[in-house]
Design a protein around this ligand. Structure first.
Ligand code: PSV
Ligand code: MN
Ligand code: MN
Length: 389
């Protein structure tokens, strides 16, 4: 080992990257949803697949649920199934974007009855959290309008605040609410939680256990996402990440595939702002959908990409950086950052993995394991995630 210091390697020990259950189903776009042989037919099979990612990388011991996509009768049994597979249940994601009742909104709806239906759905999610041991409730809303004048922007915001308060008040003492923003889609004129500022304003009004979720695919092109990371950490309100990458809109591609440098810059600000490590409140999660690639290697690639960029971010010579910044050495400071970004940490990480009983190359190990062939042969009639159908 020569590139990564022992300090950086020990900091990597605590890294946890949560996997989304829906990444293992067939999904991806609003066009043809291609099916893949071996697609899980149940949440139990999704957990089994997620456990493979953890087994080969040691990075992903948690799996997020999406309700009702992952609805079961017995959540205590699901918790046990996860434990038997060496994983646990992470974030519970609510879903108020596929029901006819929510055509004109959910938590913001003008009709108190529809709002209550959406609030009740979140109460149900909180029950799932209690039964599974999940700590985080993630709310992403499709609420918004398509035409100027269609809705009262202010009224919708006020109703949202009221609905969120009711949900927040229902949380257990150890549970958190994270509110995810997205600048457009499925509504195209306005979205009720379009940006970090709106999410921040809403969660700040709720209390300490309400935080912002930053999905890396939910910003306008050209947005400086690492600046948002810095600001939310500064304000103590960065609760979680949904990592994915994008070329155009909410592409939900493999993390770091489109712009590894952006991933590095984001992770550098995470480290800089105290958002990394076991005592940090920031949860790392993937939110990606696979359309043409196999799902399990897609997730393996993503968690490895996050680990690799974390290692590079942890390796920045912050003393030299600070000295260059203080001396107003513009290119010197930039050079310090770029040195870390351009350092190939892969051989060190491979060696480190082996030293912990993990395969040096998890992608190759998965390909050689025969697992993909086995699920293709034994699972017939896999379901697709409802997303993108
Ligand atoms: C919305 O685009 C989103 O990113 C939210 O996180 C949802 O929960 C997820 O996608 C569903 O796939
Ligand atoms: Mn997301
Ligand atoms: Mn998204």
């Amino acid at each position: 080992m020569n590139t990564l210091s022992p300090t950086v390697l020990s900091q990597l020990e605590s890294q946890v990257i949560e996997l989304p259950s829906w990444a293992f189903g067939n999904s991806g776009t609003r066009f043809k949803v291609f099916s893949t042989p071996g697609t899980p037919r149940s949440i139990q099979e999704k957990l089994t697949d997620a456990a493979q990612v953890n087994k080969l990388t040691g990075l992903s011991p948690k799996v997020a649920l999406h309700i009702p996509w992952d609805k079961v009768d017995d959540y205590a049994a699901l918790k046990q199934t996860a434990a038997d597979l060496g994983v646990s249940i992470g974030t519970v994601n609510s879903n108020t974007f596929q029901d006819d009742a929510y055509k004109f909104g959910s938590l913001t709806h003008i009709d108190a009855g529809i709002r209550q239906k959406a609030i009740d759905h979140h109460f149900e999610c909180i029950e799932v959290m209690h039964a599974t041991g999940s700590a985080d409730l993630k709310i992403w809303l499709a609420d918004g309008t398509n035409y100027p004048g269609q809705g009262d922007l202010r009224g919708r915001q006020d109703r949202l605040a009221d609905s969120l308060q009711k949900i927040y008040d229902r949380l257990g003492a150890e549970q958190r609410l994270v509110l995810e923003y997205k600048f457009f889609e499925p509504a195209f004129y306005h979205t009720d939680v379009p940006d970090w500022g709106t999410s921040y304003a809403q969660v700040a009004a709720l209390g300490d256990r309400a935080m912002v979720c930053l999905d890396t695919g939910h910003h306008a092109p050209g947005t400086n996402i690492e600046f948002i990371v810095m600001q939310l950490l500064r304000l103590g309100k960065l609760g979680s990440f949904d990592f994915n990458s994008r070329f155009y809109a909410d592409d939900d591609l493999i993390v770091g595939a489109a712009d590894p440098f952006q991933l590095f810059r984001i992770l550098f600000e995470v480290v800089r702002g105290g958002g990394y490590g076991s005592s940090s409140p920031v949860a790392f999660m993937l939110d990606q959908c696979h359309n043409v690639e196999d799902k399990i290697p897609g997730q393996i690639r993503s968690v490895l990409n996050v680990q690799e960029m974390t290692a590079r971010a942890l390796s920045v010579d912050t003393t030299a950086l600070e000295a260059a910044q203080n001396a107003e050495d513009v290119l010197g400071a930039n050079g310090v950052l770029m040195d870390a970004f351009y350092t190939d940490v892969r051989p060190d990480l491979a060696e480190w993995r082996e030293s912990r009983g993990l395969p040096a190359d998890p992608m190759a190990a998965y390909a050689a394991s025969g697992y993909q062939q086995q699920i293709a042969e034994t699972r017939v009639g896999g379901t697709q995630s409802s997303w993108g159908a």
